[in-house]
Design a protein around this ligand. Sequence first.
Ligand SMILES: *[C@@H]1O[C@H](CO)[C@@H](O)[C@H](O)[C@H]1NC(C)=O
Ligand SMILES: *[C@@H]1O[C@H](CO)[C@@H](O)[C@H](O)[C@H]1NC(C)=O
Ligand SMILES: *[C@@H]1O[C@H](CO)[C@@H](O)[C@H](O)[C@H]1NC(C)=O
Length: 345
Amino acid sequence: MSCKTTATNIFVLMTNQFYINQYKKLTLIIFTICAVGLIIFTCAQTFFANSYLFNFRTELKTLPKLEEIKHEDYSIRPKIRHRFHRYPHTSRYLPQCIIIGVRKGGTGALIHFLDIHPNIAIASTEVHFFDNNYKRGLNWYRKRMPYSFPNQITIEKTPAYFVKKHVPESVKKMNQSIKLLLIVREPVERTISDYTQIWGKLVRNSSYPTFEELAIDPATKMVNPSFAATERSLYDKHMANWLKYFNLSQIHIVDGDNFRRNPFQEIVEIEKFLHLEHKISEKDYYFDPDKKFYCIKGFINRCLPDSKGRQHVKVQDYVKTKLRKFFRPHNEMFFKMISRRFENW
Ligand SMILES: *[C@@H]1O[C@H](CO)[C@@H](O)[C@H](O)[C@H]1NC(C)=O
Ligand SMILES: *[C@@H]1O[C@H](CO)[C@@H](O)[C@H](O)[C@H]1NC(C)=O
Ligand SMILES: *[C@@H]1O[C@H](CO)[C@@H](O)[C@H](O)[C@H]1NC(C)=O
């Protein structure tokens, strides 16, 4: 509660109290003393908190040094954010860049890597504005964004955007020159990973159909193209929809398979795409052999949650082969659209 609201509330309370206790002056005096004490206490707290942050900021003077807050106090930063809401001179802005997909492509890891950059501010959750909450309006969307400095880029990620038909048009309506990031990976593995997540959510429900039962039509023994996980891997279909509304130059494609092995190679390209100085580098990370991925070095080391990088369900080779063959023409179309190839797909 801010100082102002506390003071107003106490003033209202006091006035009420005054009428009730018109003749009980002593009560009023005691009450007033307590109230004034409380006001002074809350105001002092707010004042010290603000001046602490303000000094913190002025000491830092230039934004690049904000990096140090991000690095050294990485663990306390979210708490500061919640407790005091914001640093001075910050506002909530609509995102200037959106990670649109793909689901299970590594969007979570990607946005957390980008968060290390001093000129990037990320939304802390998937907002699902364009797919599920569009009717709530842009102001609702903006309020879901973090407070940021004017020279920071606000980024949101909702991987469902990539596959939802009406999303690109709505994104364009908001900002036709917005920058989009799309992280893709080999479609067969993505499909299996997609299924693994659903299956994992059903607590390894043994009566849930196996991957084979869903991916392959039992009557025809052909790939079932309407299985949702397979459909989401038809990158050509979804990309065509985005390219109806955006220039390819606005969509930076991240190689998700390379991102797993060499995240920093991919990050440098994103920094260039966003016209940001190169800041995110290997020295801020260490490789965690258990998680098989990079974690952020810091006062408290930060890794992705354990649900990430979970073991895939076992899928028989003949099913994978069928899927690979099924996706091949779609991949070729996709490569043509983006003027780039991914080997080993
Ligand atoms: C639209 O996106 C571009 C590219 O990120 C950004 O420079 C511009 O400020 C954005 N416009 C608005 C109104 O947010
Ligand atoms: C397990 O899967 C079956 C079939 O999809 C479903 O009917 C059932 O509700 C699921 N049980 C749990 C505990 O999720
Ligand atoms: C896409 O590029 C073309 C040609 O470079 C340009 O005329 C057009 O304005 C661009 N569209 C958007 C949405 O930026």
